[in-house]
Design a protein around this ligand. Structure first.
Ligand code: PHE
Length: 348
């Protein structure tokens, strides 16, 4: 081959090679084109071999054409490689991208337990009537739970069947309070009339668990001691809180009763909030829902705490909170309230 032919061959290879390189759509295809046009089997290789048989003067022409073809192919290859690598990187970035648009996990807001809610609602109603909230210990002395409240020795409420005694101090001296009434005594010991307090809290009895009884439950106590307090004030107060809580259509009813620490004593009920008094399964077809006990503070109790019953009179009331919650929320078994199952509380 003549020098001119060799030079043309080099130029043609550069043209074809460039076309192949630019047509490569993957890095594999590009490698293949490189092998074909820049490798050992490339026509450029043959041209280089053939250069030896070309005369000195023409060698430079062929050498230049060869070098130009090589560098043109190398430049095209480098450029194409960069493009393909960028495309591959961009594609990988898209494929492996973190999808930050996923919806977040459901966020659930907690709320108060239904008993806590009614407890606070009751407090609010009485605070609105001018009462203060008082507290007493859950582990109590016999004096406060029974003795000062006029429970005679041997009264059935003191017996083991009702009371959970704590092994502390003298035998049967320390106990878990069976009602919130001991707070009456503690408040009257600590302050002089006028006294207007409510005392919500946990109480304990040796009761067997059934749908409406639990050995641990909650009561709210009320106590008013002032000059000239009458039974009429008690009835009006109970009626006022029933209306505040359930609306003016719900009626209050009082029946004579007995408690050692009140005289006279009453039991109070409200007309059924479900059937409005006509009778349904919730109120056992009576139209009434029993709430609790109340009465005028017995003069003996006032004397026990050093308040002159000739100067002051008072009334007290107490009722269960859990029972109220069961009624209002339709909870059939009291244990559901205290199982600690979040799925239960979550319903309300
Ligand atoms: N402490 C009484 C009970 O638990 C209720 C009560 C409270 C009665 C205040 C009269 C006055 O049954």
């Amino acid at each position: 081959m003549t020098a001119a032919e060799l030079a043309r061959r080099a130029e043609a290879t550069a043209r074809d090679g460039r076309a192949a390189i630019e047509a490569a759509s993957t890095l594999d295809e590009l490698d293949e084109a490189e092998r074909q046009f820049l490798g050992k089997s490339s026509p450029l290789h043959d041209v280089r071999e053939a250069i030896k048989s070309v005369d000195g003067a023409d060698r430079a022409t062929v050498g230049k054409a060869l070098a130009a073809a090589r560098s043109a192919l190398e430049a095209a290859h480098a450029e194409r490689r960069e493009t393909l690598e960028q495309d591959a990187a961009a594609e990988a970035a898209t494929r492996d991208r973190l999808d930050l648009t996923l919806p977040p996990r459901e966020y659930r807001r907690g709320h108060l337990h239904p008993v806590t809610r009614i407890w606070r609602e009751l407090e609010d109603v009485f605070v609105g009537m001018g009462y203060k909230v008082a507290e007493g210990p859950e582990v109590e002395l016999d004096w406060y739970n029974f003795e000062a409240l006029n429970f005679p020795p041997g009264h059935p409420a003191r017996a083991m069947q009702d009371t959970l005694y704590v092994r502390l101090g003298d035998s049967e001296e320390v106990l878990l309070r069976t009602h919130t009434s001991p707070v009456q005594v503690r408040v009257m010991e600590a302050q002089r009339p006028p006294i207007y307090v409510v005392a919500p809290g946990r109480v304990f009895r040796r009761d067997t668990l059934d749908a409406r009884h639990s050995p641990v439950f909650h009561q709210i106590e009320g106590l008013a001691v002032d000059r000239g307090i009458t039974l009429g004030d008690l009835l009006g107060t109970v009626e006022a809180f029933i209306h505040a809580l359930f609306g003016p259509d719900i009626q209050a009813r009082f029946l004579p009763s007995f408690f050692p620490f009140t005289e006279p004593s009453v039991e109070f009920a409200m007309s059924c909030v479900f059937c409005r008094g006509s009778g349904c399964t919730v109120c056992s077809r009576t139209g009434w829902i029993e709430l609790g006990g109340a009465g005028m503070v017995d003069p003996e109790v006032l004397k026990n705490v050093g308040i002159d019953p000739e100067e002051y009179t008072g009334f007290a009331f107490g009722f269960g909170i859990d029972r109220l919650v069961q009624l209002l929320y339709g909870v059939d078994h009291v244990k559901n309230l205290w199982d600690g199952d979040a799925r239960f509380a979550g319903q309300f």
